[in-house]
Design a binder for this molecule. Structure first.
Ligand SMILES: Cc1ncc(COP(=O)(O)O)c(C=O)c1O
Length: 416
């Protein structure tokens, strides 16, 4: 098998130095963080930007007419422009801040969905979706009687597209995750989007696992709705966004009601604010927006193409090392071709329960996720209740992978 050399793409040692938490120890050993698909670690630049904001410019936005309130507003709106640029959105006003991608997808289901979907209308999803892109639609199914159809998973952990045209026929919306948080599978979103549009459906993409790892351009993808979550891309928790075509946002009813999302309120009625503020009720995550800007600055300075190349090479290294060392003892759920996948590696090891495995790995400082990864329908397709999952990011290197591979064998003595 070809071996690529990860360290030619990124100076990982320097990058690791930017993440204070990677310097700490757990159980008297080096912290090896392999759970970035859950949430990424944060560089000093993000932590400092948020502290600086609180120390120098903290005020509520869009309200005050004094200097620091204007500064805070400029920082918040600057974050919107920065995120729009990062994901290739044509204008910042198509970006609605939410608390995460879950809220972004719920916003679409509650507003566009409730205005446009009626009994018998079809929404097409896939079997590999995170619950965030299933449950809001199941709720609409219960409430409205909409029909849900699913693109199936193929044997090789890619999506079976042989039935695509038939499945999207007559659909109102097609919604897919761009990258599986369990299998790492990168979904051919452009192709699915073309089929959706040819059938007259809108196209929603869950970009939670894509944006942190792959240069993303929503205009080139050709989607109508796109969700992103800040905490998986070096930013803080509590901020995410929905990007949507502005004419869709204009036509959609408001989501949450309250301060800031209105133009006028009387005792007998109200008028919505302009897009995107119409969807941003109450005090928004201002410091988090500042942190997100710093995260984007960091990722852009490293370069998203370099991030992707590094992760492809490191994923290849990890898959090879795991197979070489454990052979049939390990089963990896996901495509083998690193061109078709990201750095999320789900596995079963010698029949040992994933929770037991993760506890054993933790004793060696290795953090992996064990469970259903908020993708229970996918777990059922795979015929398992849970997997262990290691996920890689720009601050991981071969030593981290070696630590995982070595630590796994320590489970044998305890459980076999
Ligand atoms: C593909 C995918 N979609 C949605 C989510 C939900 O993200 P959040 O909890 O930030 O809303 C995740 C998180 O793991 C994910 O991996």
């Amino acid at each position: 098998m070809t071996r690529l050399e990860p360290t030619t793409h990124l100076d990982v040692a320097r990058i690791q130095g930017d993440f204070p938490i990677l310097g700490r120890k757990v159980h008297d050993t080096r912290l090896v963080y392999l759970d970035s698909a859950s949430t990424s670690q944060k560089p000093t630049a993000v932590l400092d930007a948020m502290t600086r904001y609180y120390e120098t410019a903290n005020a509520n936005i869009h309200r005050g007419t004094y200097a620091i309130a204007e500064e805070a507003t400029a920082l918040y709106e600057g974050a919107r422009a920065r995120l729009a640029g990062f994901i290739g959105a044509p204008t910042p006003t198509g970006v609605v801040f939410t608390k995460n991608v879950t809220e972004a997808i719920n916003l679409v289901a509650y507003t566009w969905g409730r205005a446009n979907l009626h009994e018998g209308d079809v929404v097409v999803l896939t079997e590999l979706e995170h619950h965030a892109n299933i449950v809001p639609w199941l709720m609409l199914k219960e409430e409205r009687g909409i029909e849900l159809r699913f693109l199936r998973l193929a044997e090789d952990f890619t999506l079976d597209l042989s039935d695509l045209d038939r499945l999207v026929d007559g659909a109102k919306l097609v919604g897919v995750s761009a990258m599986s948080n369990v299998l790492g599978t990168m979904v051919p979103i452009r192709l699915i989007g073309e089929a959706a549009h040819a059938a007259g459906a809108l196209f929603l993409v869950d970009g939670a696992q894509l944006v942190p790892h792959v240069s993303t351009d929503v205009s080139a993808i050709g989607c109508d709705f796109f969700g992103v979550t800040g905490h998986k891309m070096l930013g803080p928790t509590g901020i995410g966004a929905l990007w949507a075509r502005e004419e869709l946002l204009e036509a959609m009813p408001a989501f949450l009601g309250g301060g800031e999302m209105i133009r006028d309120v009387r005792l007998d009625g109200w008028l919505p604010n302009e897009v995107p503020w119409k969807f941003e009720a109450g005090t928004m995550p201002i410091a988090e927006a500042v942190g997100l800007t710093a995260a984007i600055d960091y990722l852009e300075a490293v370069g998203m193409d370099a991030v992707r190349r590094h992760e492809m090479a490191l994923t290849r290294y990890a898959l090879d090392r795991l197979h070489e060392r454990y052979g049939d003892g390990i089963k990896i759920y996901g495509p083998d071709d690193v061109g078709l996948r990201g750095g999320v590696i789900s596995f079963s090891y010698k029949g040992i329960h994933p929770h037991d495995l993760s506890q054993v790995l933790d004793q060696r400082g290795v953090c992996v996720r064990a469970g259903h990864h908020c993708a229970k329908p996918l777990m059922r397709c795979l015929g398992v209740n849970a997997t262990a999952r290691a996920s890689l990011y720009l601050y991981n290197d071969e030593a981290d992978v070696d630590a995982l591979v070595d630590a796994l064998s320590t489970a044998d003595a305890l459980f076999l």
